[in-house]
Design a protein around this ligand. Structure first.
Ligand code: EPU
Length: 344
């Protein structure tokens, strides 16, 4: 375990904001976690993952906890393989491991930044798949009672980019490992967006019944690289906003605005009584794509991504851009975007 004081956080947030934390504790095992006396640490205490879905709104006065529990251990092998994965494992290392072993389930989630523990809190998703599809249970530690327990996925209330860990259990548990069920059975998911066409282009139409987790993984990686910034090059936290899910009435209003302004058809996905509209489209149609405000900007290839355009952005500049985008989308379309990125 390592304890650091007055720590620069540039390497702990993919926005690469130059902020600091009063204290950082990085631990390597559940046993070390149990040794930590939370009461004596600078408050508040906040657990972080890879810092890829966080916006530090300023220097952090308390303690950041970070897991370095890193193992991938198959625990059950049937027609499926159950793997126990330490919370500090990079999510994409798990995806690479699964692909190398010919196992299905996480290939569509390749190259998502962040760590396994955070993935189980946030229910990361991409290309028609989400972490909840494969999570069997989540192993946690509760600092208040010093108890370890295993929470079945069914009790985690997984939804679009959310779970109980983000809502009523916020701050209650620390994820130590996640049990993930991968499949040996041929089960590619190619329906989202251009995944199918990208696979066919890469491997040939004749190979479409002969896919492997590695092939899907490589294709998803290629798609992501064309659309999303590499955090090593341009600071960002991926999608900054959630895709809004609105009433049919609210959707009709967007259609009316689009017709009046001749800005094209409104992309949308029906979800029962409600309709999901890509936030990227709303933002782009407000003229934000590729625009900057001070040192913060909207990524030119994906309007849902706010970037640290010059590397020198301050939290205030990111927040100012967020506010300006929310206001213009509200003024034009009467929809209020909510951030997907957690503000600390
Ligand atoms: N679109 C635009 N302008 C753009 C980009 C997209 O109009 O600049 C419209 C297009 O109509 C496109 C639609 O938005 O068809 C959807 O775009 P895309 O498939 O790129 O996905 P998204 O809804 O913008 C979501 C996730 C991403 C994930 C992709 C792919 C959220 C908040 N974001 O984005 O997740 O990679 O789907 O599955 O759900 C993340 O969470 O950090 C993240 C990157």
């Amino acid at each position: 375990m390592d304890v650091f004081s007055d720590v620069p956080l540039q390497r702990l947030n993919t926005f690469a904001l130059k902020v600091r934390a009063a204290c950082l504790v990085e631990y390597d095992s559940s046993a070390e976690l149990e040794e930590i006396d939370f009461k004596v640490l600078p408050q508040p205490v906040k657990h972080i993952g890879g810092g890829s879905n966080l916006l530090f709104t300023g220097d952090f006065p308390g303690t950041l906890l970070h897991s370095r529990i890193r193992f991938i251990k198959p625990v059950e092998m049937q027609e499926y393989v159950l793997v126990k994965v330490g919370s500090g494992v990079l999510w994409d290392d798990l995806c690479a491991w699964a692909a190398d072993h010919g196992l299905w389930g996480v290939e569509n989630l390749s190259l998502i930044p962040g760590e396994v523990g955070a993935a189980a809190v946030q229910n990361i998703g991409a290309y028609g798949a989400e972490a909840a599809d494969v999570i069997e249970s989540v192993e946690v530690y509760e600092p208040a009672t010093k108890a370890f327990s295993v929470i079945p996925a069914a009790d985690c209330a997984y939804g679009y980019r959310t779970s109980r860990f983000k809502e009523q259990w916020k701050g209650k548990y620390i994820v130590t490992s996640v049990n993930i069920k991968l499949s040996k059975e041929y089960s590619p998911r190619t329906e989202y967006g251009n995944v199918r066409s990208a696979l066919a282009e890469r491997y040939g139409e004749l190979e479409m019944d002969n896919l492997t987790p590695s092939r899907v993984r490589e294709t998803v990686i290629a798609i992501r690289r064309t659309k999303l910034p590499d955090p090593k090059e341009v600071g960002s936290a991926g999608s900054f906003f959630r895709n809004p899910i609105v009433s049919k009435e609210a959707y009709r209003h967007v259609e009316e605005v689009a017709a009046r302004e001749a800005i094209g058809d409104v992309p949308h996905y029906n979800m029962g009584d409600q309709i999901k509209i890509p936030a990227a489209w709303l933002i782009e149609k407000c003229g934000w794509k590729g625009k900057t405000l001070g040192n913060a900007g909207v990524y030119p290839k994906q309007a849902l991504v706010i970037i640290n355009a010059t590397g020198e952005a301050t939290p205030a500049e990111i927040l100012a851009l967020e506010k300006a985008i929310v206001e213009s989308v509200r003024n034009k379309f009467a929809i209020t975007l909510t951030p997907e990125v957690e503000h600390i």
